[in-house]
Design a binder for this molecule. Structure first.
Ligand code: CA
Length: 492
């Protein structure tokens, strides 16, 4: 598979940097002598006529990729997997052959972002196509009300509801984390089948409780399954695929593992195997490696069943992590700065790959700036859903199938609200435009400005050197904050 570490992904030349196509032409012309301008002008004219002739049909095909029969969609979301914690992404101390195989068989996005460095907001973005604070989920929804920072607006239709209305069977297996009670439970929000847990985390992978409460459900019924959560979700996904095997109706399965979220609790057999390899890992890293490898094995089992059932050819598989890796437990976020909870790249840039036999070219990759909320219109486009509500994401379908997508001149925003007990309520923000990123990593520090093309590790703050860029991004951010301020994030 291609080396997918952030620093080896080809970056654009200075000419491409943060400019539209037209701005690039102007930049080139401004820097050339007159004779060359005349020759190039003639060539450019010929090129323009040619591209104009091609233009109409290309534009149409990039916007409207034809999907004949709606495929099944298997979206595998993992919890807190760092950008560098795949063997294919350069990690030397772990083996993730199943996830690496997905990358090899499909497309890898090197600049795919979570909408938030924590769980609930990024999941809200996935299922609504909106910035999470615009749908009431600026922070983590918790079982303890004084530390809970979100309430998914009940009025908006979620992705599974739209898919269901278009003829899909919709299922969630694993973690939900968008509400603990009515009206925000999975079966009330569009999933026809739910086998998993409502809360954000478990205190134990084997008893599945959170603070003494059992949030594990089969649809609406409380259940007490026996086994490691990763094994349970794997088996339930396999059961679901087998049940759908002979049914013509397409399915949307969100397989939402809680691994490798804390507690870092791999099965002892896997941990022993990792330790015996002689990679000289410290205890913490060995446990995380084992938890990730166990997760990878589960994903491999699910993909194998898809093949055994001959469902593979007509299934789009998307693999993504909900936010960056947790550095407190030894995660590897590539060489990126920061991790989970941070608005530095390590907290928000996540592994993402998609496989679609016959449609997505194996071994391809894209530098396109993309975000979790883009999966909403992307999946709708794949499924033939016409979206009749507001959304902020853009469809990546053109990019997935290798057709030239329109240049994405986009601004991306992130925010996180946190607090409770030891902290007051706190918001902090980031915005990216082109290669510029303005951010703060806590509400108590001033904004920093980075150029991610020259400084992918976010080491050199240019806020003082580039006051105009800084002011322009500040203004954009202020508009976004004002918009989000009108949205309630608690039940009315
Ligand atoms: Ca997470």
């Amino acid at each position: 598979m291609p080396q997918i570490n952030v620093l080896t992904v080809r970056e654009p030349s200075p000419v491409e940097k943060g400019r539209t196509f037209q701005e690039q032409q102007n930049f080139i012309l401004k820097n050339l002598p007159m004779r060359r301008i005349l020759v190039l002008g003639l060539l450019f004219l010929i090129f323009q006529v040619w591209t104009d002739l091609l233009g109409a049909s290309q534009e149409k095909s990039s916007q409207e990729v034809e999907v004949l029969s709606p495929p099944n969609i298997l979206l595998i979301m993992v919890d807190d997997l760092g950008y560098g914690d795949l063997s294919g992404a350069g990690a030397q101390d772990l083996r993730t052959p199943a996830i690496d195989a997905l990358v090899k068989l499909g497309i890898w996005f090197s600049q795919f972002y979570a909408n938030s460095p924590v769980s609930s907001p990024t999941r809200a973005a996935l299922l609504t196509g909106r910035y999470p604070d615009l749908v009431g989920v600026p922070g983590v929804i918790r079982t303890e009300s004084e530390r809970s920072w979100g309430y998914l607006v009940p009025e908006i239709s979620l992705l599974p509801e739209l898919l269901q209305n278009t003829g899909y069977h919709t299922a969630l297996i694993g973690k939900w984390h968008l509400g603990l009670e009515s009206p925000n439970t999975p079966t009330e929000r569009g999933f026809q089948f739910f086998h998993g847990f409502l809360a954000g985390m478990m205190d134990d992978y084997y008893n599945h409780y959170r603070r003494g409460v059992n949030y594990m459900r089969l649809n609406t019924r409380t259940i007490e399954p026996i086994g490691h959560a990763t094994d349970l979700f794997t088996q339930w996904a396999i059961d679901y695929l087998n049940n759908r095997k002979d049914i013509k109706q397409p399915f949307f399965l969100l397989l939402s593992y809680n691994a490798p979220h804390t507690p870092i609790q791999p099965p002892s057999l896997v941990l022993e195997r990792v330790k015996q390899r002689g990679d000289k890992l410290n205890e913490d890293r060995a446990k995380l490696v084992a938890l990730i490898e166990h997760l990878d094995e589960g994903i491999g089992r699910v993909i194998k069943v898809l093949g055994d059932n001959q469902q593979e050819g007509n299934t789009v598989v998307i693999f993504v992590s909900d936010n960056g890796g947790d550095l407190r437990v030894g995660a590897n976020c590539g060489l990126l700065r920061g991790g989970k909870r941070d608005l530095y790249e390590g907290g928000i840039r996540v592994p993402m790959a998609a496989v679609w036999p016959g449609k997505i070219r194996p071994g391809s990759s894209s530098r396109q700036l993309a975000m979790m909320m883009d999966l909403f219109p992307t999946i709708c486009a794949i499924a033939g859903v016409k979206i009749a509500q507001d959304f902020d994401g853009v469809s990546l379908l053109g990019t997935l199938v290798g057709q030239m997508a329109p240049p994405l001149e986009r601004e991306l925003f992130w925010m996180r609200r946190e607090g409770g007990r030891r902290h007051e309520g706190q918001d902090y923000y980031a915005v990216r435009r082109g290669y510029w990123k303005l951010m703060q990593n806590s509400p108590f520090e001033r904004y920093k400005l980075f150029n991610l093309r020259d400084d992918p590790l976010e080491e050199h703050d240019l806020a003082n050197q580039e006051p105009r860029v800084r002011a322009s991004l500040s203004q954009a951010l202020r508009r976004q904050i004002q918009k989000a301020g009108a949205i309630p994030w608690q039940p009315r």
